[in-house]
Design a protein around this ligand. Structure first.
Ligand code: AHR
Length: 660
């Protein structure tokens, strides 16, 4: 009898659970005064660029030649030479990059002289595309009259597929250019430069760009992927590279403006950070420098957000070495001057020193810089001590400049609390938070910003990504899988709901080369010809292209919708288009019905629904299968009445737009 009762109770409990799951979730969307809702900042959904994973050199910067200036520590790194090739520095073409090569007769009729460059993991060439070759050259010897070089494009089987010739007739350095059209499409072509004359030549800054490069310098497909995000803010140039492994290798913006040939080389700390993924050939040419970053910001419609070194080299890499890694306070002035000069470079009139340089580079109009980050992932008192004089000097000259400070590398804990407290004391406008965490963290932190103080500095979630653990097993880990994207989508509803506190966000890192990555996951993967958009990219894009202008309260009972029953949601209104935008992430393995009373609206009207979903949490997009996970948009016929009835698909992120 007792056993029977227990069974009956158990069955009742099961039935109740089943009923609860079947019953639609009932929510209320308060749309009575939509324009009064808290403002979503135009900067809300942004991007973070760093030269990591060959994101700049070998990536967005379309230069195809590696070590074009022969300034790598071994001058011929990246080059194969044959015959009579030497490296020299006498009477150089460029004072900041003095090394060049001399190609001379090999001394025998049947020998040859030349050099080859395989670019970054090969050179990607497209059939019919014109490539612009350029070289700074002169005759090597005083009495010489006629130098000639041949430039060849070669496929992986060593067949010459295209060639052009250049005459060098002066003993003075001069830029020479020629074009080559590729008759093939290949990811792994290479270039040979070959001496054809008896007379020898000196060559420097040997360069090859596709003719479709934006502004002659930027890879178009990668740029388009950024533009398609319509990002609100563009943070550059990093990350850890801002700090440098030591102060000498920190990012110095002044080295990245002006004539590209004179921009000095800097090592890239990501060449040696991870011993299991070493890339000893990873250097920063500065070809993609601050001027180009500002141009890109303008082109993609994003507010520029440069980050500058605060006078501290990377703290991770300098534990116990602080005396060398931190600039003494009394020697901080040049660093502060760099910040002031950067503002002048971006915003100054053309009769100022740095404003004039901007004009000379082709942009007399100011770039309208409004935000400046000082320091990347800094912690301990050494940071606020250094930040304070920056703030004083910047505010004294540019009182409206918004300063972004750091809360360190962790999203919680002692260092984080200390960082936030000190940033409040210093009254910075925004605080940069970073979180690379697993799926549990993203779920557990959905209400993170509900509890933040409403006064004081705002949040810039300047680097974040979900690093999934559970679904992956041992290897490979940290994939850009659908599960990670879905958790980010869910978490972002909490950011959006708290748009009064969270003013800027950016997934990180942005780019990775499939053959040269050090860190994953990353938002966009590329090889030498193609771009792959990850599920995470699509999540970012669904937010950044549907931000709305005002947040609307979305509640279940009295509480905000925030993960009950595996559903995460936020709602906004767009006063420009007069649309209501609802974003829902369903983390359940089953579809969920939701009935939403939209207060203040008579009829829901027609809807568009854009859904990102997959049955496979491990699904990823690859070069071979780019569209494994991709959003799909459908329209739903007009609905009368103000109850929006939805069936949110299992494991999905969906954006509903209605009320237009
Ligand atoms: O995004 C990769 C790195 O992660 C950044 O350079 C750094 O800021 C963080 O530690």
């Amino acid at each position: 009898m007792k056993k029977q009762l227990l069974t009956t109770l158990a069955m009742c409990a099961l039935a109740a659970t089943a009923m609860a799951e079947d019953a639609p979730a009932r929510w209320t969307l308060n749309a009575a005064k939509p324009e009064k809702g808290i403002t979503v900042q135009p900067t809300m959904y942004g991007i973070f660029f760093e030269d990591i994973n060959f994101g700049a050199d070998g990536g967005l910067y379309a230069e195809m030649v590696e070590n074009r200036s022969f300034e790598f520590p071994q001058a011929l790194m990246g080059w194969n030479t044959f015959g009579n090739v030497t490296v020299n520095t006498a009477n150089p073409a460029f004072k900041n990059n003095p090394h060049y090569v001399t190609l001379k007769d090999p001394g025998h009729r049947d020998k040859r002289t030349g050099l080859e460059n395989h670019g970054f993991f090969g050179m990607g060439v497209k059939k019919g595309m014109v490539y612009n070759f350029s070289v700074e050259a002169r005759l090597a010897d005083k009495g010489a009259k006629a130098g000639k070089i041949r430039v060849e494009l070669i496929n992986k089987d060593n067949d010459i597929v295209a060639k052009s010739r250049l005459d060098i007739i002066s003993t003075e350095w001069k830029k020479h250019t020629v074009t080559i059209t590729s008759p093939i499409t290949a990811k792994d072509a290479f270039m040979r430069v070959y001496l054809e004359s008896k007379d020898g030549v000196d060559l420097d800054h040997i360069s090859l760009f596709p003719s479709d490069a934006w502004k002659g310098a930027i890879r178009t497909d990668m740029l388009q992927a950024l533009k398609d995000l319509q990002p609100g803010v563009f943070r550059f140039p990093g990350g850890c590279i801002v700090e440098g492994t030591d102060l000498a290798s920190r990012y110095q913006w002044k080295n990245t403006v002006g004539k590209v040939e004179e921009r000095p080389l800097n090592e890239n700390r990501w060449n040696y950070t991870f011993p299991h993924r070493l890339y000893p050939n990873y250097y920063q040419t500065g070809g993609l420098g601050f001027y180009e970053y500002f141009l890109i910001s303008e082109h993609i419609g994003a507010t520029p957000l440069p980050i500058l070194n605060v006078g501290m080299a990377c703290q991770y890499q300098n534990k116990g070495n602080e005396a060398k890694a931190n600039v003494p306070l009394e020697e901080l002035d040049p660093y502060i001057q760099d910040a002031l000069d950067l503002i002048e470079f971006a915003n100054g009139t053309t009769d100022t020193k740095w404003g004039r340089l901007r004009e000379e580079m082709g942009h007399p109009e100011p770039f309208n810089l409004q935000f400046l980050g000082i320091g990347n992932e800094q912690w301990d008192e050494a940071y606020p001590q250094r930040l304070e004089p920056f703030i004083k000097a910047i505010k004294a000259k540019y009182p409206k400049m918004n300063i972004i400070g750091s809360s360190g590398p962790d999203p919680s804990g002692e260092r984080f609390d200390y960082g936030w407290k000190r940033m409040r004391d210093l009254n910075v406008e925004l605080v940069d938070e970073h979180y690379y965490r697993d799926e549990n963290w993203f779920r557990d932190n959905i209400k993170r910003y509900d509890k933040y103080p409403r006064k004081g500095p705002k949040v810039f979630a300047g680097e974040y990504a979900c690093h999934t653990k559970k679904v992956e097993g041992k290897e490979p880990t940290r994939q850009n899988n659908f599960l990670s994207a879905l958790h980010e989508a869910a978490f972002m509803t909490g950011m959006e709901r708290n748009a009064d506190v969270v003013h800027m966000t950016a997934y990180a890192p942005l780019f990775a080369h499939v053959d040269g990555w050090q860190w994953r996951p990353d938002l966009i993967w590329v090889d030498n010809l193609e771009t792959v958009l990850t599920p995470n990219y699509y999540v970012q894009q669904l937010y950044s292209t549907n931000p709305g202008t005002n947040v609307l309260p979305l509640t279940a009972g009295k509480l905000p919708v925030a993960g009950e029953d595996g559903l995460y949601a936020s709602a906004t209104y767009d006063k420009r288009t007069k649309e209501y935008i609802l974003k829902i992430a369903n983390l359940n393995d089953a579809a969920r019905d939701v009935a939403i009373e939209v207060k203040g609206l008579k009829n829901i009207g027609a809807q568009t629904v854009t859904t990102l979903r997959s049955d496979n949490p491990k699904a990823i997009n690859t070069i071979a299968k780019k569209d494994a996970v991709k959003p799909v948009t459908t329209t739903v016929a007009a609905q009368t009445g103000n109850i929006l009835k939805l069936s949110v698909p299992a494991r999905s992120f969906a954006v509903y737009k209605f009320g237009k």
